[in-house]
Design a protein around this ligand. Structure first.
Ligand code: IMP
Ligand code: ZN
Length: 351
């Protein structure tokens, strides 16, 4: 490959799969401004910044403060629709050709938004983008660890209903939220119910050091999940690492998110290196591209520069990510065909 095409440009042109993107955390500064205008709130009305800039790191609690600000700004069906449209367009412009968004259905009695209308607003935006944007989009409904088991069960029922009605756009369940709060074991019966009705599971696991020894981690891994979100401290515990390795569980890797939220000390010390060198499936993702001021292309560039990955290695990383999407074999094959067509073009353009 011709080195004349710079690495950032190569990473942008590379067709990519994004599998770990929270809707509220993915919202860009421009969209936040639109939300503020809609709600009639000035920037001075926001309690602090809504993003963690280049070179900055903050304690993990900080992103959770920011999510709350964005969620408060988006309390109507109209705003959820607009956010979703914008986020999809931005991922598409960055060369993402397959996107799994995830979001926590919310009930906002003061505006009349219900968990149902929340999900329907996202699905309408996905439908609207279908013909306009060059990206296939799927949706996971999220359970926040702060929620009651009852609310979590309602989310699973909603996902089940919309999996059949959408059809096929809702594909799974995410377990997320502040890892310092609650006990993931409470949600095991709910997550089992999701599995039983054919929903896939992408779970945030061992995001903070205490979870390397917490009983919830082995309980969640034994479900087993279809993908592990972060899994930052799994390799600190040999037994957990063995479970993950034996089952070849794919890791959703979010380099910038982990460094900026200070769960990983530096890019060079990221657990991606540990797992990638052992041939564990790894998928590069953004987590919250708005809050952490990143893009998926930037995450590929950072992986290349930090871990010395060649361009063919970046290609392979992107191509193999298709295996870990929550879609059927037919669509996976269509995506692989698409990738192969783009590969030729990419190589021709850069010869
Ligand atoms: P939403 O579900 O679309 O509103 O996206 C924001 C939500 O995603 C937050 O309130 C958290 O529950 C979850 N979230 C985003 N990033 C993280 C993370 O890094 N760890 C755990 N949960 C997260
Ligand atoms: Zn996440």
């Amino acid at each position: 490959m011709d080195e004349a095409v710079g690495l950032p440009d190569f990473c942008r042109r590379l067709p990519k799969v994004e599998l770990h993107a929270h809707l509220s955390g993915s919202v860009s500064e421009t969209t936040i401004q639109k939300l503020q205008v809609k709600k009639g709130v000035g920037h001075e009305g926001l309690q602090g910044d809504t993003a963690i800039g280049k070179g900055e790191t903050r304690h993990l609690q900080e992103p959770f403060r920011i999510f709350k600000i964005i969620q408060d700004l988006s309390d109507t069906e109209e705003s959820i629709f607009m956010m979703t449209e914008d986020v999809i367009s931005e991922f598409a412009a960055d060369g993402v050709r397959y996107l799994e968004l995830r979001s926590t259905p919310r009930h906002m009695p003061h505006t009349g938004m219900t968990p149902q209308s929340y999900v329907e607003s996202i699905l309408s935006a996905i439908q609207k983008c279908k013909d306009r944007e060059d990206v296939v989009v799927r949706l996971l409904l999220a359970i926040d660890r702060r929620q009651s088991v009852e609310t979590a069960m309602t989310t699973v029922r909603l996902a089940q209903e919309y999996m059949l009605r959408s059809p096929g756009v809702v594909v799974g369940i995410d377990l997320s939220g502040n890892p310092a709060v609650g006990d993931g074991r409470d949600f095991i019966p709910v997550l089992k119910e999701a599995q039983n009705c054919g929903l896939k599971l992408a779970l945030h696991i061992a995001e903070i050091s205490q979870q390397a020894v917490a009983p919830e981690t082995s309980a969640l891994l034994s479900l087993p999940p279809d993908r592990v979100g972060h899994g930052t401290f799994i390799h600190h515990n040999q037994d957990l690492a063995a479970v993950v390795a034996d089952r070849k569980m794919p890791f959703e890797i979010c380099l910038t998110s982990n460094v900026k939220a200070q769960t990983v000390a530096s890019y060079g010390e990221h657990h991606f290196q540990h797992w990638y060198s052992r041939k564990q499936p790894c998928v590069l993702c953004t987590d919250d591209k708005g809050v952490f001021c990143t893009t998926l292309s930037e995450e590929y560039r950072l992986a290349a520069e930090t871990f010395g990955l060649t361009r063919p290695a970046l290609w392979d990383l992107s191509y193999s990510s298709i295996d870990h999407t929550f879609v059927g074999e037919d669509l996976k094959q269509q995506l692989r065909d698409r990738w192969n067509t783009e590969k030729e073009k990419l190589f021709l353009q850069t010869r």
